[in-house]
Ligand binder design. Structure first.
Ligand code: SAH
Length: 389
């Protein structure tokens, strides 16, 4: 038996917690938006690049730190604008090195962000909404219902906060910008709370910052958007920023998928897979997308289901992630037996697919898939739930 332990650190709170600010928050502005802001206040657009670098590469949260910006402009900026991240309420570290930050948002909501270190990469799992409206039966976020979309600054703030925490040098010694060789966060996955394609504009603006050379400079291959399959938005995403895709398929046919991913009734599997194929058409650089498949005992895990899945995905450039179901209180499902998952994987493998069983990380701090923001200890800050229509 493995004993799991974690450090739970409650961070001191500041008075800004519930203060509503009238200043413009520049944290979530991408380059185009930032240039428009500087033009509007009568300044040269090149200031946008300087300020972006300070905020995202050096982790600055105060204009007075921006030493290559004139004193007058720094003063003007601090009068009208600010760099305002959500308040970090707690930071938890799991025995396997996974770190989870709990952040407090304006309006009384909380979100969580998870960092997963591995040998050759560090992945940050980012949320896009407070709660989720999709109501997938096996997801604990769904059980909380939907509250609201995150703003672009709340989305990028998750990377900003994690980057500052994991790379304090960048802050202490301005100029130690992380290049691709010494980055701590090498990958971002939009696989936290929410359906990113139902918060399209804010998610895309935050992705622009992830990819922006003057901000985080991640390659499109290293930013992955996970979706249950909002088909029209997939088409738009391809035009705006064609990052890597993970599709939460979870079933080999519409009959099963209708039951566990209700969105399937609106956008059935055939339409979804056609949209995925279109996403990749005409671009030889994009290699493949990921199919996510949660293993639910007796629901979608038979040998027949595996063969059905193999034939469904034939000719599609994809690899398959089998995700052992993470149980949560009152969930109506059980995780498939390890033996069943292995057999499922072997069938896919023999049919020519790259299929991997996803390792569950950060279980002891509820940081695994579908477990985010499920247990906020302080009830006054518990996520407010507004049930989706
Ligand atoms: N709405 C997006 C992203 C959020 S969930 C989507 O559906 O893709 C990220 C992944 O975790 C999805 O594949 C989701 O289906 C899966 N997931 C959710 N709850 C889970 C659970 N309890 N156990 C295992 N995987 C889960």
């Amino acid at each position: 038996m493995v004993f799991l332990c974690y450090i739970y650190k409650v961070l001191p709170m500041t008075s800004s917690l519930n203060k509503v600010s009238e200043k413009t928050n520049l944290l979530g502005y991408d380059l185009a938006h930032m240039k428009a802001f500087f033009t509007k206040i009568g300044e040269k657009p090149f200031r946008a690049v300087q300020v972006l670098k300070w905020i995202h590469q050096f982790g600055a949260d105060d204009f007075s730190q921006m030493t290559n910006v004139s004193q007058d402009l720094r003063k003007k900026l601090s009068d009208i604008a600010e760099i305002r991240p959500p308040e970090i309420i707690a930071e938890q570290k799991a025995s396997d090195g996974t770190i989870k930050w709990l952040m407090h948002l304006e309006g009384g909501n909380s979100i969580e962000t998870v960092f997963i270190p591995e040998d050759n990469r560090g992945t940050l799992c980012v949320s896009s909404q407070v709660g989720c409206a999709l109501d997938c039966g096996f997801c604990s976020t769904a059980k909380q219902g939907f509250n609201r979309n995150l703003t672009s600054s709340e989305i990028i703030a998750q990377l900003w906060v994690a980057n500052r925490a994991l790379n304090p040098l960048a802050q202490a010694e301005h100029g130690k910008v992380q290049d691709s060789k010494n980055r701590v966060i090498t990958n971002v996955v939009l696989m936290g709370m929410g359906e990113p394609l139902l918060n399209f504009d804010n998610v895309v603006e935050a992705i622009h910052l992830m990819l922006e050379d003057h901000a985080y400079g991640l390659s499109k291959r290293r930013v992955t958007l996970s979706t249950a399959g909002v088909v029209p938005a997939l088409k738009r995403l391809r035009e705006e920023c064609d990052v890597s895709l993970a599709i939460s398929l979870h079933a080999p046919n519409d009959e099963i998928r209708n039951k566990i991913v209700p969105l399937n009734k609106k956008y059935p599997i055939k339409e979804l897979l056609e949209a995925c194929q279109h996403y990749f058409s005409g671009d030889t650089k994009k290699k493949q997308f990921t199919i996510e498949y949660v293993m639910l005992a007796g629901i979608n895990d038979s040998e027949k289901n595996a063969r059905e899945l193999a034939s469904l995905l034939k000719k599609l450039p994809c690899k398959i992630n089998l995700i052992p179901f993470n149980p949560f209180p009152n969930s109506e499902f059980d995780c498939s037996k390890m033996q069943t998952i292995n057999r499922f994987k072997d069938i896919l493998y023999k049919a020519g697919y790259v299929a991997v069983i996803r390792k569950t990380r950060g279980e002891d701090i509820d940081a695994a898939c579908g477990q985010l923001a499920g247990k906020v200890k302080d009830k006054s800050r518990r996520i407010k739930i507004v049930k989706a229509e």
